[in-house]
Design a protein around this ligand. Structure first.
Ligand code: GLC
Ligand code: CA
Length: 557
């Protein structure tokens, strides 16, 4: 390839001309408020991220996905957006956003931003206008307002419950109620309304014009709703089949919206990309991922899977087939800001109820940390060997565990309060990153951190891992560098003559990935070792380990 990238001739990443960059990208999710705090106020900020672009380049990622950085009261970690075309002043400014974007691009790293179209925050000007306006007014049409039941509208329009617990309707004091599938601070928009549609096209254009390369679409499956009266009951919703028939989820009309977005994305060169967060059954995912729609969709199957060879193999097989059918590439996710970190999931006995475990502050059952990390590294190396895009979540490259014993008064996730304290929520994976072994916030910022950084996070600090060849960070760097060198084509061939606890396949170029899910060593296929998720001892794949090998050539012990 001779064309110099628009990002500059030293850029390691794919060039601007490469319109298919997203198909096999490694995308690193940054949760901005917990990444790095440049001004020491306890909240991670854009300048903090800009200051770590060198770290991201060395890690070897192709793109960064920024979780919401917009003005927000943080009723749901920023997924309650006050203004879609601005930066939270506690996090930075638009100029600082442009600087971050330019700094990433100069290093060949692309930028994806989070778009939250299902709901605004309750502080958004539209919602404020709706509250100040009477029932039946134009301002209320942008949301989902309905008269309450009962004589004076004192009962909610239906018995629906919200994702975070409690009712999905909130009264506004004049007989009307508004719908919120998430927290009450997140009123659902009415996507049947043309102004709502136009507004989001304007927002997408605003960020695309600023140089943003792609978008992550929050709750992509819930925008279109059938609210014909009489409203279904919660029991009917629970019984409704997903796949077009559910009144609130995964309706076919939602794709009209994404077809319109795709036309906008394709006006850019290269076309802007998008990935749907759609919690839908695997066979419905392709619609979101189709080239006429958003182009790609998250596959959360591995994130929900047990540590099990057969389960991994069938998930991989199914998702590659689905991606092929719909002309997209697959996605692989083991961790994100909504789930217990995979180093911890794999440290717990199979079948552990994670909510229940969190409610014991992570004490019962006791996680086997070393095993968790070992499996996590093996699972990561396996997913990095697969065709498609890998989405990494900040801190997994350090082997961070979930922080399960955050004090109750530190918890921010609305799930905690709305479940009456039953579900601790998602804060344990959102704890600020430890950059240094020393200091009150371990290098995250100065004295303060919006969520407490546990003292034992010093063990995982970037500065302690950087020069240690055996650290998880060094392992991620090696793996990403090798992936970049090796990745070509979008196919794999299963190696079938393997023991049941082994998942192994060859990729174009004669590169093999073999994962031993079992507890005893298994023979290594012939080839020279490229990278391994744990230390090797002879020509065997150790338990709970992935090894990449180059097929031809001498064996390296
Ligand atoms: C998505 C986000 C999650 C958020 C929810 C509501 O699932 O990933 O963090 O709470 O949408 O916006
Ligand atoms: Ca800050």
């Amino acid at each position: 390839m001779t064309a110099l990238s628009e990002f500059g001739s030293t850029a390691p990443g794919p060039s601007q001309q490469d319109t298919a960059w997203w198909r096999q990208a490694v995308v690193y999710q940054v949760y901005p408020r917990s990444f790095a705090d440049a001004n020491g106020d306890g909240i991670g900020d854009l300048r903090g991220i800009t200051g770590k672009v060198g770290y991201l380049r060395e890690l070897g990622v192709d793109a960064v996905w920024l979780s919401p950085f917009y003005p927000s009261a943080l009723a749901d970690g920023g997924y309650d957006v006050d203004d879609y075309r601005a930066v939270d002043p506690r996090i930075g400014t638009l100029e600082e956003f442009d600087e971050l974007c330019a700094t990433l691009h100069a290093q060949g790293i692309r930028l994806i931003v989070d778009i939250v179209p299902n709901h605004t925050s309750n502080r958004h000007v539209w919602f404020q206008e709706a509250l100040a306006s009477p029932p039946g007014s134009r301002a209320r049409e942008r949301y989902v307002f309905r008269p309450g039941r009962g004589e004076d509208g004192e009962l909610p329009p239906s018995d629906w419950t919200s994702t975070f617990g409690g009712p999905a309707w909130e009264p506004v004091g004049d007989g009307e109620w508004y719908l919120h599938l998430f927290a009450p601070e997140q009123p659902d928009l009415n996507w049947a309304d043309d102004e709502v549609r136009q507004e989001f096209l304007t927002t997408l254009k605003f960020w695309a014009d600023r140089g943003v390369d792609g978008f992550r679409i929050d709750v992509a499956h819930a925008l279109a709703k059938d609210l014909t009266e009489p409203l279904a009951s919660q029991a009917e919703l629970d019984a409704a089949l997903w796949g077009g028939a559910h009144p609130l989820q995964d309706r076919d009309e939602v794709h009209d919206i994404y077809r319109e977005w795709r036309r906008l994305f394709n006006q850019y060169d290269p076309p802007r990309t998008a990935v749907a967060e759609a919690w839908v059954p695997a066979h419905r995912r392709s619609r979101y991922a189709s080239p006429e729609g958003l182009g790609q969709a998250f596959n959360f199957d591995l994130l929900e899977a047990q540590w099990d060879a057969a389960m991994f193999a069938s998930i991989i097989e199914e998702n590659l087939a689905l991606a092929r059918e719909s002309g997209t590439s697959s996605t692989w996710v083991l961790s994100n800001h909504d789930v217990v970190r995979h180093a911890t999931r794999y440290a717990l006995p199979e079948g552990t109820d994670l909510h229940a475990w969190l409610s014991t502050d992570g004490a019962d059952p006791q996680p086997d940390e070393e095993r968790g990390r070992r499996r996590a590294r093996a699972a990561t190396l396996l997913t990095l060997a697969l065709p498609g895009s890998a989405y990494l979540y900040q801190g997994e490259e350090l082997g961070l565990p979930e922080v399960a014993d955050l004090p109750a008064d530190a918890l921010q996730d609305p799930t905690y309060v709305r479940s009456g304290g039953e579900h601790k929520g998602r804060d344990g994976c959102r704890v600020p990153l430890p950059w240094a072994t020393q200091g009150p916030t371990l290098g995250f910022g100065d004295q303060l951190a919006h969520l407490p950084v546990p003292a034992d996070f010093a063990r995982f600090a970037v500065d302690s891992q950087e020069d240690d060849e055996t650290s998880t960070l060094s392992f991620y760097r090696r793996a990403l560098a090798e992936r970049r060198r090796l990745q070509s084509g979008e196919t794999l061939d299963w190696l079938t003559d393997m023991p049941p606890a082994v998942v192994a396949f060859t990729r174009p170029g004669g590169w093999i990935s073999v994962t031993n899910f079992g507890t005893t060593p298994t023979p290594m296929p012939a080839g020279s070792v490229i990278v391994s998720s744990s230390a090797l001892d002879g020509p065997q794949v150790p338990p709970e380990t992935t090894v990449w090998l180059q097929q031809s050539g001498p064996h390296q012990d």
